[in-house]
Every structure is written in structure tokens, then in C-alpha cells.
Design a binder for this molecule. Sequence first.
Ligand code: ZN
Length: 91
Amino acid sequence: MNEKSQDKEPAADDWRRQGQEKYLKGIKLELRDYFLYGEGWEHDHCEFCNDKFSLNDVDLKKGYMSEDGYRWICIECFNDFKDEFSWQVKI
Ligand SMILES: [Zn+2]
């Protein structure tokens, strides 16, 4: 165990890691209600856990969106990876 494990950081081999640091590190995110990116768009998936965002009741309705509106991260994954990815959250 490591001394500074004050809260539960995801393990180095957490299954949700798939090289996202290449395109998600340090980007600006905004917490907002999910919306459809464009015509013909139906849903998105969390960049980490792949949970589904859509306007259907059973799916996620709120999350962190990248500035370009193209990438979504669910609240749970945001909390797990925010330190590691140094996101700038727009308030
Ligand atoms: Zn997620």
C-alpha cells in the first residue's frame, strides 16, 4: 500500500484505462445535462466505463462534456480519474 492513498484512486491496471491520456489529459470539461450532438445522433458512451448517455430514462443524463461536445465522461469516472487527468472544469 502506498502512504498517500488518502482516497481510492483507481489501480494502475484499472480496466477503464485504454490510453485516454493521449486525448483527454488536461482538457476542459463542463458538467452538464446530456444532449444529442447532432442530427441522427442517439447516444454517447463514457470515455472510461462505456456507460451509455442518452435521452432514455435508463441511461445517464448528466456528465462531464469536453469543450467540443464530442466526448462524455460519467460522474463516477470523473471523480476516479480527475487527479490523474488534471481536467480543467468550467464552472
Ligand atoms: Zn464512466
